[in-house]
Ligand binder design. Structure first.
Ligand code: SAM
Length: 328
């Protein structure tokens, strides 16, 4: 195994879909160190055999020098390659070929990891509290019920529902709650968390729209803490699709990181460094401006009802109602 086969190890790691970036990095390190030790053992054995089969002292000296001359750069090169590779995420190593589905299926290795991926906390009580009431930054079920003007007969869709953090809390106030997500792994946890509710439905998405849904079939659609992980083209596609499947007069809510906010711009500068050129992480953070979001929603036909500009841009929009029918 040569030092360059460390990159093959990375490819194998990806191909086998081992779960969790941290776990993968550890595995890469362990496999590389084991392979290095194996290589060095072979090297030492071969060296000893040659050493013993040679009689002359001066030839032994030359063999020792050759071994050091070859072994030292090999060891340093190996250490350098392993360090470089282990500092990168596997997603960045495979560049843009990694899909949304592959990333979001590999991230939630267990329920706690899924909760951390979704909202940065694994504490169940905190997770549920924020799913219901939101926090300083993002909204929960209560605020969404208010902005969506939701009543008990409402049929609601969340795009990118994760483990149904909000769905579990909002569903009891609705007729139906539907959660769509690209990740079958997230949906598995979501199903488990909501199995006591009879009015929840899940849809595995392809990442390019809401093909499962008929036109004008929902009263309210929301998408929170998702758009900042999507390419702009895909975010726009979901906005356009939300307009299609919303009933006339229904509302939609979207949020994403605000590039014009100073904290978020600093955030952008940090993440920008690791995502230049061709080595982009699939679910990297992405940022938009309020004007940009306004342009997207109005261009598909929405009327804007509210725009909040903090670290998150929160945008509430409405699909215009049908023209009043004439009696004639
Ligand atoms: C940070 S989590 C937020 C989950 C949920 N909205 C919440 O607030 O708890 C992002 C979710 O978006 C989903 N997601 C990522 N890319 C997606 C895509 N292209 N289409 C649909 N869902 C996607 C992920 O699987 C993940 O569950």
């Amino acid at each position: 195994m040569s030092i360059f086969s460390a990159s093959q190890v990375v490819k194998d790691v990806v191909a086998k879909k081992w779960r969790g970036f941290k776990q993968q990095r550890r595995q890469l390190l362990v496999v590389s160190i084991a392979a290095y030790l194996f290589e060095m053992t072979i090297f030492a054995l071969v060296g000893t055999l040659i050493w013993k089969s040679v009689e002359h002292q001066w030839t032994k000296g030359r063999i020792a020098l050759i071994l050091i001359a070859v072994g030292l750069p090999l060891s340093l090169g190996w250490a350098w390659a392993v360090l470089k590779l282990s500092r990168k995420s596997v997603a960045s190593l495979v560049g843009q070929k990694e899909t949304y589905k592959a990333w979001w299926n590999s991230a939630p290795t267990d329920y706690e990891a899924a909760k951390r991926n979704v909202y940065g906390t694994k504490d169940e009580e905190d997770f549920r509290k924020r799913g219901l009431a939101g926090d300083q930054q993002s909204w929960g079920a209560k605020q969404l019920i208010e902005v969506g003007k939701l009543a008990k007969e409402a049929v609601v869709l969340e795009i990118g529902c994760g483990v149904a953090r909000i769905g579990r809390e909002i569903a009891p106030y609705l007729k139906e709650w539907h959660g769509g997500d690209i990740s079958s792994a997230m949906l598995e946890f979501a199903r488990e968390r909501t199995k006591h509710l009879s009015n929840v439905f899940f849809h595995e998405l392809s990442g390019t729209g809401l093909g499962f849904a008929a036109n004008e079939s929902f009263d309210f659609i929301y998408c929170t803490i998702v758009f900042m992980h999507l390419d702009k083209e895909d975010m726009y596609e979901y906005i356009r699709e939300a307009f299609r499947v919303l009933r006339p007069g229904g509302r939609a809510y979207f949020d994403t990181w605000n590039l014009l906010n100073d904290n978020m711009f600093r955030h952008f500068l940090q993440t920008q460094q690791g995502n230049r050129g061709d080595s982009k992480v699939r679910n990297r953070n992405q940022y938009s401006t309020p004007q940009e979001m306004l342009k997207y929603v109005t261009s598909v036909g929405f009327r804007t009802v509210g725009l909040i500009e903090g670290e998150l841009i929160k945008i509430i929009c409405e699909k215009p109602g049908r023209e009043p029918t004439s009696d004639f």
